[in-house]
Design a protein around this ligand. Structure first.
Ligand code: H2U
Ligand code: ZN
Length: 351
């Protein structure tokens, strides 16, 4: 059988079986993507406590509420919630083209640490584990009431993050949003055809081939997916068949703290900056009778391309036709494999 030559420099399309979408890959556009200078940006140094930060312990928030003097993680209902729990508009659709429905939900903010100057990769593993346990608790509590619970982190101004204090958001909704809906459909149809979870088969393939496999430990693997759209996009997958975040065992959570620290350190070391991204968890929706086709996973979507300042824009062809990338997933994986495993801010102090 003839194999696909992933080192081809010819334009081709790759299929994302999880979302059911295609991406155009044009490696011919950048024969040498790594000419850009790698710069050290030490200007993002922050104080451990910022009296003007809405999220620091003891401070007043934008609406007048005051944060407690918390010492670990701290969660609160978003003061400007995108979803509300008691909405009932309940008006029938008057025309098939003007469709609307009610949606109930809540939005929460979760501070990872009282320390304003930290980020996940700079936190101790024990403290990252504290964040993981909170992700599990919140997901499990909100999952009792809502069909979908989205844990996500927007990191960096470039991703629209409003505050550098380490935090994520948790939005729960009665409706199943677009992205998990697509993943549900495609995982289910794969399951019906092959009687195995799509993402477990996919990981098996990546383990065999190795070129896009970035990190591994006892319970987790990180790959640059074959169908990656963002330059340094990664997919984090458990070894075991896990439906939802709260189902993770104690040892899986510890291993997750370890691999998160490793992955995010690699990201920071790519351009020697606190690397911006959007990350988030996808697991089986709640209230689904048979969810065996689901496999828990996290997506990391970083926008940077060549340097700390060169961003990949999803405009033009992407908006009107389909996503396109220049460097291949294999080139991105190679590049990430090469960066050191010790955080640049610590390595700098040592030398
Ligand atoms: P980002 O993760 O995109 O920075 O969002 C932070 C959230 O924090 C944002 O949704 C909320 C904003 O509504 N927030 C509060 O709930 N209270 C505040 O005092 C400031 C910010
Ligand atoms: Zn702060």
């Amino acid at each position: 059988m003839k194999h696909f030559d992933h080192s081809t420099d010819k334009p081709h399309r790759r299929y994302n079986p999880l979302a059911g979408e295609w991406v155009l890959v044009s490696p011919n556009r950048t024969k040498r993507p790594w000419q850009g200078k790698v710069e050290s940006h030490l200007s993002d140094a922050r104080p451990p406590y910022d009296p003007g930060c809405y999220l620091c312990p003891g401070n007043e928030r934008a609406n007048g509420a005051r944060n407690p003097k918390y010492s670990g993680t701290y969660v609160f209902d978003n003061d400007f919630s995108a979803l509300l729990p008691d909405i009932e508009i309940n008006v029938p659709n008057e025309h098939p083209l003007i469709k609307h429905e009610d949606v109930r939900g809540v939005s929460r903010v979760l501070c990872f640490s009282p320390r304003h100057d930290l980020t996940l990769p700079l936190m101790d593993r024990e403290d990252i584990l504290g964040v993981i346990d909170r992700w599990a608790e919140e997901t499990s509590e909100l999952g009792k009431k809502y069909r979908w619970v989205q844990v996500f982190e927007n990191k960096g101004e470039i991703m629209g993050c409003s505050n550098p204090h380490p935090h994520c958001q948790i939005w729960a909704s009665s409706a199943l949003p677009n992205e998990p809906s697509k993943e549900n459909v495609h995982q289910r149809s794969y399951w019906r055809k092959h009687n195995k979870p799509l993402l477990r088969d996919y990981l098996r393939f990546e383990k065999k081939h190795g070129e896009r496999l970035l990190l591994e430990n006892d319970a987790w693997s990180v790959v640059v997916p074959f169908w990656a759209v963002w330059p340094f996009e990664t997919l984090l997958l458990p070894r075991r068949h896990v439906l939802r975040f709260p189902d993770l065992s104690g040892s899986e959570r510890s291993a997750l703290a370890e691999i998160l620290k490793n992955l995010l350190t690699k990201y920071d070391n790519l351009f020697n900056i606190s690397f911006p991204y959007t990350m988030g968890w996808h697991g089986a929706p709640f209230g689904m009778k048979d969810a065996s086709h689901w496999q828990l996973h996290a997506h990391f979507y970083p926008p940077l391309l060549r340097s700390a300042t060169v961003k990949k824009f999803m405009v033009g062809y992407e908006m009107l036709s389909e996503p396109q990338r220049d460097i291949t997933a294999e080139q991105a994986a190679d590049r990430l494999k090469q960066v050191p495993d010790i955080h640049y801010t610590i390595a700098g102090k040592r030398s």
